[in-house]
Design a protein around this ligand. Structure first.
Ligand code: BTN
Length: 241
């Protein structure tokens, strides 16, 4: 991971840039693009990813997880999320949690997000662009639910040091996934935000109270509502609190 590393002081989006480069000429697995500032950062659900220039970490890397059946792609999701959460946990004393599917949370605030874009051909994941945005030293946010490592540690974190740790951990977890790791879900559930806790949600059926009990093999969130299990794909459910 990072043997081919491209640093650009500014770009539209490291994920868009990586996808463009890879479409021009096949990039080697593990290629990383990192920037200090994005002018058109992309988040999940078509959202914009905003981050102050020079204070945070924004990078994307290319994987070729052809060993993973597309139906099991949530395993990659868990693998990446676990690596990022572990490194973030070294930086703050508070507990780092993963909000399904892969937001990085501390105390009900989002400190980072992951955007995974898979290219699938003939039932094989031929390329996976993993974009990671982490709020590191930024002090103020316009969004009330956003925060940074600095907000929790009161420290100025060395971005290069955190980035180096991330690349190591991401490679480590990815190699475990490729070797057939079977403990991913158990580790993911252990740090899942609001796992086994009653909360308010909204779906096409309206608002309801439920308890997150599991994540199934398709990566669907399993929520227990009045004794019955409901399963939701990404975009089918919103956390209301
Ligand atoms: C989310 O939580 O919505 C996912 C955010 C992902 C943001 C990162 S920043 C680096 C990479 N480039 C992008 O345009 N997006 C991802």
């Amino acid at each position: 991971m990072g043997q081919k590393l491209v640093y650009v002081p500014e770009c539209h989006s490291t994920s868009s840039f990586l996808n463009e480069l890879n479409n021009q000429s096949q990039l080697p697995e593990g290629t990383v693009i990192i920037t200090d500032h994005q002018t058109a950062g992309r988040g999940q659900r078509g959202n914009v990813w905003e981050a102050e220039a020079g204070k945070n970490l924004m990078f994307s890397f290319l994987l070729r997880p052809s060993f993973l059946p597309p139906a099991a792609q949530f395993n990659l999701n868990m693998c990446i999320s676990l690596a990022v959460a572990a490194v973030m946990q070294q930086e703050v004393p508070q507990s780092v949690r993963l909000k399904w599917p892969n937001d990085i949370f501390v105390n009900d605030k989002k400190i980072g997000g992951i955007l995974i874009e898979n290219q699938i051909q003939a039932n094989t994941i031929t390329a996976s662009c993993v974009g990671i945005g982490l709020n590191v030293n930024q002090e103020r946010f316009s969004h009330p639910r956003a925060a940074s490592l600095h907000n929790f540690s009161q420290l100025t974190h060395d971005r290069s040091e955190v980035f180096e740790q991330l690349l190591k951990k991401l490679e480590d977890e990815y190699l475990k996934l490729r070797a057939g790791a079977t403990d991913l879900k158990q580790r993911y559930l252990k740090i899942l935000y609001k796992h086994q806790t009653s909360g308010r949600f909204a779906s096409a059926e309206g608002e309801f109270t439920g308890t997150i009990s599991d994540v199934d093999d398709h990566g669907r969130l399993c929520v227990e509502v009045h004794g019955a299990m409901r399963r939701y794909l990404f975009k089918e459910i919103t956390f209301l609190e």
